[in-house]
Design a protein around this ligand. Structure first.
Ligand code: AMP
Ligand code: MG
Length: 422
């Protein structure tokens, strides 16, 4: 369990709440994350996108039998002359699923196909391109090596060894691997329950008409999408007005129903920012100003037994803070171990980017491969934190570190691909 308390982060020098570096905030949040404890056994297919709660051990050797890596003939390696051709007598065949039952003696060979069991007596396979058959008499080219083209039983995975580790987010290849071991069910962590609501007097739900100064709530839709992609169970609690009583009730309801509560809006320094004022009453909640753009204000804490993320209100800020902080935290709570950060690559920026040093910017970009094979990236037009279109068009974040100033066209920049992440 973490030794630091959440609010300490607001007082310790290292964690100046007015300019918390992105990496520090991330590191701080991770001290408080313990995976959900309930485990269930599910059929293989249902494990897709879930997290393994135990190591999967191989009950069998993979491959199960010594088999051929090539189409050709199997024989005793000692029979093959190092120089000059060797002629052997073909005494049968071993095809995948139809093994040769006898034993290969001196001077003999067996026709074998890829995956066919290497018969007793044989230890070597010569591929058919290096052989010449005339009836049952087969001649092999010189220069073969004993043991070649033979895959040993247990070579890929020995019986009893770990096929997949606890903490693995199961992907399609893993489903195949589990099936290849003959395993029908695996233990996975239960899905993480995430409740979310939007705060703001100006917000309307779709299906209603907008009055003056009102806007449609879009954050609940992006949150729904991002959470669903992660495999979370979502609980959409709608829009809550900027009223301390209503907000407090919503927080308590959400925390009672879910493992994680996510809100948007109400954490900046505006007059109506009541989430901030509620924090003492709700639990242990730290409000930070992260040295980043967009997404400067961020709240993190515990309300009852639930983790709480208070995201900014601006639609792009919601998505950026989700991908930079919440996603990794949710993966850890889902049981993923280790949680790997989304990898970044370097790409040449084709436009000049305006940037002031002092905080990390996550500009929205479109990365593509140039004719010369290198990666190039351009920003998606206007970068305002309210312009959701910039996020919709983007396939990457252009990450400009704290120290970076303006970026001249042609300069390499760090790019975080969103494909497979979003
Ligand atoms: P706030 O952090 O509450 O001051 O909100 C910052 C900006 O984001 C304001 O312009 C809000 O109108 C806008 N905003 C807040 N919540 C939402 C939402 N759920 N959907 C769309 N825009 C929002
Ligand atoms: Mg608001």
């Amino acid at each position: 369990m973490a030794t630091l308390t959440i609010t300490q982060a607001s007082c310790a020098d290292d964690y100046d709440p007015n300019s918390m570096p992105v990496a520090k905030a991330r590191e701080f949040i991770h001290r408080f994350l313990q995976p959900v404890d309930a485990v269930l056994r599910v059929p293989v297919r249902s494990a897709l996108g879930r997290v393994l709660a135990e190591d999967v051990l191989s009950p069998v050797d993979v491959p199960a039998h010594r088999n051929s890596a090539m189409d050709g003939w199997a024989m005793r390696g000692a029979d093959l002359k190092p120089e000059g051709e060797t002629t052997l007598e073909e005494i049968g065949s071993s095809f995948a699923g139809r093994p040769f039952r006898g034993e290969v003696g001196p001077g003999q060979c067996v026709r074998i196909m890829t995956g066919g069991v290497v018969p007793r007596g044989a230890d070597t396979v010569v591929m058919q391109e290096r052989a010449r058959a005339s009836g049952k008499s087969v001649s092999f080219a010189p220069g073969q090596k004993t043991g070649q083209n033979v895959r040993e039983a247990g070579e890929d995975l020995a019986a009893g060894s770990v096929a997949l580790r606890r903490g693995r987010l199961v992907r399609p290849a893993d489903l195949g691997l589990i099936a290849s071991l003959g395993i029908g069910e695996v233990p996975v962590y239960r899905a993480l329950r995430v409740a979310f609501f939007s705060t703001g007097d100006e917000l309307k739900s779709i299906g209603t008409t907008l009055g003056e100064g009102e806007i449609y709530d879009s954050n609940r839709y992006t949150l729904f999408g991002m959470l669903t992609r992660l495999g979370c169970e979502v609980l959409d609690m709608g829009v809550v007005r900027d009223d301390p009583k209503l907000l407090e009730r919503a927080f308590r309801e959400a925390a009672a129903a879910a493992d994680v509560v996510i809100t948007s809006g109400g954490v900046s320094v505006g007059e109506a920012d009541v989430v901030k004022d509620l924090r003492g009453r709700l639990g242990e909640v730290g409000c930070w100003k992260i040295a980043m753009k967009p997404g400067r204000p961020l709240a993190y804490g515990r309300i009852g037994g639930a983790h709480f993320f208070g995201l900014p209100g601006n639609p792009v800020s919601v998505m950026v803070t989700f991908y930079q902080f919440v996603r990794e935290a949710l993966l850890a709570l889902m049981g993923v171990d280790p949680v790997e950060p989304v990898p970044t690559v370097s790409a040449r920026c084709t436009a000049r980017l305006r940037k002031a040093p002092g905080r990390t910017e996550f500009q929205r970009g479109i990365v593509s491969r140039e004719a010369d094979g290198t990666l190039a990236v351009r920003p998606t037009g206007e970068q305002g934190s309210g312009i959701l279109k910039s996020m919709s068009e983007a396939n990457c974040f252009i990450i400009l570190g704290d120290a970076t100033g303006n970026v001249e066209a042609g300069t390499p920049v760090e790019v975080q691909l969103l494909e497979g992440v979003v």
